[in-house]
Design a binder for this molecule. Structure first.
Ligand code: GLA
Length: 388
């Protein structure tokens, strides 16, 4: 990608050239949805859409930050001496949170920075623009201040920002997928132990198509926290009969035996999703290892049905998009991805059918929903990098 516009913007905003430019990806989750906070396995990958930052060091403690995505906000300025959350600082609170927890972890940040940011992850699409920004800031600081911060530490720090500084109770998947992304590999992460493995993900003759409902993920945070609460309640009841730490420690048969313990139809369904989704991740990675894309695709479909019926996080737009994908030619599977309630879905489509697929699905979607969906062919890229 030609990044000269970033350089030009830096010069026009700050009147000097930047010293370095960095990139952090977004992510898409292949399977293992809403189970990172239930001790399950997730299988996401980093994508080549993401967030860029051009930067130069200052001699004082100020941060002066400008985003090409929010040009109306102009330069936002804050100091290392006051990293408290400030609504006026808008998206820069993600950066401030990273800096605050870096200092608290004992890292030395001696000066401020001038920074111009640009992201090409569609806003509100559920492809983790916020985790991308957090991990970008971790990478900028690591390189500019010569810190010793591993990818796993960056992921945990980003999650802490999200949970404690921003106040969104999300799990560890997004930051991990982004901080540890590897080109043409998906990341199999055990969220209980944080053990992970990079699994080759190059599909012969097939592509992953990202389909954006273009419905913003409104209310997603409150619904997200509601689902977490339901899972926690189910878990505490199950703990009275099983010696478990997380819902995903259970097997499906064990849950069926003790449905009376949960004694709440909604909580039972939530637990059922978590437990069955975990088994689908295991089956999906096995299918992939034996090049069985047909089974992999079926598991994507089952995952969507479970997220629709048991976890209830899909909604009309995602269901319409996925159903249209299921009916199109050359499709092995499709499901929503990310938190749900709008945002994106993915489909596994034969390369020769991609153009017709996009056309056909979009026509159906637009007819039903009243506005268009957007489509991107997913390229699986690396984690955070210094570009120059
Ligand atoms: C959001 C959260 C993740 C994960 C997904 C659902 O992306 O940030 O931690 O819970 O939703 O799988």
């Amino acid at each position: 990608m030609d990044l000269s516009f970033l350089q030009e913007k830096f010069i026009s905003v700050f009147g000097k050239s930047s010293e370095a430019t960095f990139f952090a990806p977004g992510r898409v989750n292949l399977i293992g949805e809403h189970i990172d906070y239930n001790g399950g396995l997730v299988f996401p990958c980093a994508i080549t859409l993401g967030t860029y930052g051009s930067v130069s060091k200052r001699s004082d403690k100020l941060f002066r930050v400008y985003s090409l995505n929010f040009e109306n906000l102009g330069i936002i300025q804050f100091s290392l001496d006051d990293l408290s959350y400030n609504t006026d600082h808008n998206w820069c609170n993600y950066l401030k949170g990273v800096l605050k927890y870096m200092l608290e972890a004992g890292h030395t940040l001696d000066t401020g920075l001038d920074l111009v940011v640009f992201g090409n992850i569609p806003n509100g699409s559920g492809l983790s623009s916020s985790a991308s920004l957090e991990i970008l800031m971790c990478k900028i600081c690591t390189d500019m201040y010569k810190l010793n911060l591993s990818g796993v530490e960056a992921a945990l720090l980003g999650k802490k920002v999200e949970n404690e500084y921003i106040g969104v109770n999300s799990g560890i998947m997004d930051q991990f997928a982004i901080a540890l992304g590897q080109e043409n590999h998906a990341l199999l992460l055990d969220c209980n132990t944080q053990k992970y493995e990079h699994i080759p993900f190059q599909l012969k003759g097939y592509s992953i198509i990202i389909m954006n409902t273009n419905k913003r993920r409104e209310l997603a945070d409150s619904k997200y926290n509601e689902r977490r609460g339901e899972c926690e309640s189910a878990l505490s009841k199950l703990k009275t009969v099983f010696n478990i730490e997380a819902l995903c420690d259970l097997k499906v048969e064990q849950l069926d035996e003790v449905s009376h313990i949960i004694n709440d139809a909604v909580e039972f369904k939530r637990a059922q999703h978590a437990i069955t989704e975990n088994t689908r991740v295991i089956a999906a990675t096995k299918a992939l290892a034996s090049n069985d894309l047909v089974t992999f695709g079926k598991l994507l479909n089952d995952s969507h049905r479970s997220l629709k019926d048991d976890y209830e996080v899909t909604g009309k737009e995602l269901d319409t998009l996925v159903a249209a994908a299921w009916n199109a030619e050359g499709v092995l599977g499709a499901r929503m991805t990310g938190a749900g309630f709008g945002g994106c879905a993915i489909a596994l489509v034969a390369d020769q059918n991609v153009d017709a697929f996009i056309e056909q699905v979009n026509v159906k979607y637009t007819k039903e929903i009243g506005y268009e969906a957007s489509f991107y062919i997913a390229s699986i890229g690396n984690g955070p990098t210094q570009i120059h």
